[in-house]
Write a protein that binds this ligand. Structure first.
Ligand code: HEM
Length: 171
């Protein structure tokens, strides 16, 4: 099992289109067939596909709905926000690129600039996501727990990305 997200660092700023190859790299048919036959399962496949990410994000946003610090940042209808985050995460962990088809390059730091994110907002966001991750099970109907190494890899991704998105100086 490899715990590797899609090769592109999707939280980084790649304003230069030439750096965006991870989203549009052409591959020869021969190359892609060979890779498909040898490819280990992706994290996306192991956790049960899109349903896993929908459930993770639903638990997370249910908590955000009740958080007086975070809730005001989000739009009144959080349905589209749920879909965007679940689509982004599914794509990041090896699922189909529906997020980028709809939204283009993630450019997460730029997209979070309208929202003041300091340490307190980062900690609140991480607390809800950590709780959701702790409650997560494989989405294949068996309710098996998430393997420790996958949980740890997802936690690290959230932890690093959340720090990267801080855009306010310390108080
Ligand atoms: C650090 C604390 C964070 C806060 C306060 C925060 C807040 C927000 C807000 C207010 C939005 C706009 C709602 C929407 O229209 O979707 C948003 C969007 C989004 N956030 Fe965060 N976020 C945080 C961390 C993260 C992290 C760590 C990730 C990814 C690992 C992430 C991924 C996203 C994505 C994918 C979107 C939708 C972007 C788009 O296509 O418009 N956020 N976030």
């Amino acid at each position: 099992m490899t715990i590797e997200p899609n090769s592109d660092d999707q939280t980084a700023e790649h304003e230069d289109a030439s750096e965006d190859e991870g989203f549009s790299a052409g591959m020869s048919l021969k190359g892609s067939l060979r890779e498909a036959m040898q490819a280990p399962p992706t994290v996306y496949e192991i956790v049960g596909g899109q349903r896993f990410f929908d459930e993770l994000v639903d638990r997370f946003y249910d908590a955000v709905e009740d958080d007086p610090r975070l809730r005001p940042m989000y739009p009144r209808d959080m349905g589209p926000s749920r879909r965007r985050l679940a689509g982004f995460l599914a794509q990041y962990w090896g699922g189909p690129p529906h997020y980028s088809d709809e939204r283009g390059h993630p450019r997460l730091r730029m997209r979070h600039m309208p929202f003041p994110i300091g340490l307190a907002e980062r900690e609140a966001w991480m607390a809800h996501m950590t709780a959701s991750l702790d409650a997560a099970t494989i989405a294949d109907g068996t309710d098996r727990p998430l393997p420790d190494e996958i949980r740890a890899a997802m936690f690290d991704h959230f932890d690093n990305a959340a720090t990267h998105l801080i855009n306010q100086p310390p108080e």
